[in-house]
Write a protein that binds this ligand. Sequence first.
Ligand code: SAH
Length: 214
Amino acid sequence: MEDTYRHKGLRRKLVETVRMKGIMDERVLRALDTVPRHLFMDSSFIKFSYQDQAFPIGAGQTISQPYTVAFQTELLDVSPNDKVLEIGTGSGYQTAILLELGAIVYTIERQKELYIKAQDLLTKLGYKPHFFFSDGMEGKPTYGPYDRILVTAAATEVPEKLLQQLKIGGIMVIPVGDRFTQSMVKIVKESESNYKRTNHGSFVFVPLITGTEG
Ligand code: SAH
């Protein structure tokens, strides 16, 4: 659970790489500089923690590439105290980034093993999101509506239930496409029936899957 000067130095370099790739939001870059990514990695890949790449975290899932995390977070445009629903806790790395921005985070994971691991780690690090082991496609209506909804797995289409749980004026960021490539979609809910949808480039995510496992 150590965060050494060496880690901090590598992290600073990673932040500069991500900045060079086009991320401009200083708050997002600062969050990336703060969260010790090496603690969220699977032990076999620790030495690659500060490379700008996705890596396996078990259960066939991945920790997202830092650039992708920064890109989604920048698009989401989070303000302190925003109520954010995150689908796909995974390693918990993106969750920590949202918390560093001052968000109140509700995070859902469908793989029991990852849900337990992320909960354990984030709690040890002092992060306090609300954790749920359930199918994120259903959202979490009890605690909604949300200012922001972030989906970190690939959807074939935008789940209607998630749109319903977004506040008017709220933003959802979700990769939408087939198994091999997805378009980063940003949706602004302008009224109960009006949505402004824009596309922001191609990405590759593990699929969003219905139901739970484990
Ligand atoms: N944000 C994570 C990325 C994890 S990969 C990170 O930074 O580590 C995507 C995650 O979404 C996986 O853990 C996968 O199990 C989860 N997932 C896929 N479909 C889901 C669903 N319907 N509900 C909740 N989580 C889901």
